[in-house]
Design a binder for this molecule. Sequence first.
Ligand code: CO
Length: 134
Amino acid sequence: MIGRLNHVAIAVPDLRAASAQYANTLGATVGAPQDEPDHGVTVVFIDLPNTKIELLSPLGADSPIAAFLEKNPAGGIHHICYEVQDIQAARDRLLAEGARVLGGAEPRIGAHGKPVLFLHPKDFNGTLLELEEI
Ligand code: CO
């Protein structure tokens, strides 16, 4: 059911410093910061030949990233995103398998303008999973 790795999202305490590190130290192609108020994050997209990295920084009062950074002050991997062909079919299969789909199990529009779902990290080896319909 799952396809390619779409992106790895890394929460960072200092978006400017992390962007500069990826651009200068690692020599990556780094985009400009984009505010995503619906998701409570500012995102910087980094294009790699085979996937993307998303640097996440809190935006607004109840950002989901703020609590994560409190527990992980140096930053850390926040989630990974797999591509699926049909997000409704994926949702139905996951629910039937007993996985917890976050947010009332209804897909919403993610940072790339495509429908996404998030799966409970306790059901997937301690890793928050995002599925994105491609
Ligand atoms: Co994501």
